[in-house]
Design a protein around this ligand. Structure first.
Ligand SMILES: [Cu+2]
Length: 265
């Protein structure tokens, strides 16, 4: 990684995402203990202890439970109850997701507690071969021989070497990103690339059972432009993600959402 000789843009990207873990708000939570039930599905609900680390995975599965999406893109669990000060460790088990709060700073209607700053992770789990070549490099500057890339050549900066280099074989190594939830309340979160497919997460911090925003009826949501958009509106108004249910269950798996139950439309 450190001997990457690709172009500067590429190098910066790799630098940004290359680290195995990116840390957002950590502070004292750095000393938090790892939750026993880090694995998906396991449910030793230990979130009574402040400072607990809870694991959420980014997953893709098919076939889709809804014909409007090519596959299921989801956070697992999709609903999570934590205590103030707890840390959520996002494990990017499948690549090319991110973790973004619904916040006015991002041009969306607020769906996190008042006073909480906007937060987002980088796009993680990213790997070069998951993105088309012509999307990796920015368009060449006029007069710099910008045409050369179009026939498959990649210039003389060694970019072409990736096809035979070590990067090609790199399996999607799970990257992780940590976020500490300090303020009690209900947090709605999206994955930017897959919000339209319903890839959302609701974290309830503290024993809060109501949110200051709509959580039960898609018809009462703000205009889609303010978010949530597309199937995110379905996910975030699913009865299984009612804050009270998340508090009761601790962890609500994607499969528990009524929209994802087999046999239902
Ligand atoms: Cu995603």
């Amino acid at each position: 990684m450190s001997r990457d000789t690709h172009g500067p843009y590429r190098r910066d990207v790799m630098k940004t995402i290359g680290a195995g873990a990116a840390v957002s708000v950590l502070g004292g939570a750095a000393m938090a203990q790892e939750d026993d039930d880090g694995d998906e599905g396991a449910d030793g609900d230990t979130d009574d202890d402040s400072g607990t680390v809870h694991t959420v995975q980014t997953l893709i599965a098919g076939p889709a439970t809804n014909p409007e999406r090519p596959a299921d893109f989801f956070f697992q669990p999709t609903g999570l109850h934590v205590q103030p000060g707890d840390v959520v460790k996002f494990v990017f088990t499948t690549p090319d997701h991110n973790v973004v709060s619904y916040h006015p700073a991002f041009g969306m209607r607020r769906r996190v507690p008042v006073g909480v700053d906007a937060f987002s992770s980088p796009l993680l789990g990213w790997r070069a071969d998951s993105i088309a070549d012509d999307q990796i490099e920015p368009p060449a500057e006029p007069g710099e021989g910008g045409e050369e890339g179009e026939d498959g050549e990649n210039g003389e900066d060694g970019e072409g070497g990736e096809n035979g280099g070590e990067e090609e074989t790199s399996a999607p190594v799970p990257s992780t990103w940590l976020h500490a939830f300090e303020t009690a309340g209900v947090y709605d979160i999206l994955c930017s690339p897959h919000e339209g497919f319903g890839m959302n997460l609701r974290v309830v911090v503290g024993d809060v059972e109501e949110a200051p925003f709509e959580t039960s009826n898609p018809d009462n949501l703000a205009p889609p432009r303010a978010g949530p958009v597309g199937l995110a509106r379905v996910t975030l108004t699913d009865p299984a993600l009612e804050p009270a249910n998340i508090v009761e269950q601790g962890r609500v798996p994607w499969q528990a959402l009524s929209a994802n139950q087999s046999g239902q439309g």
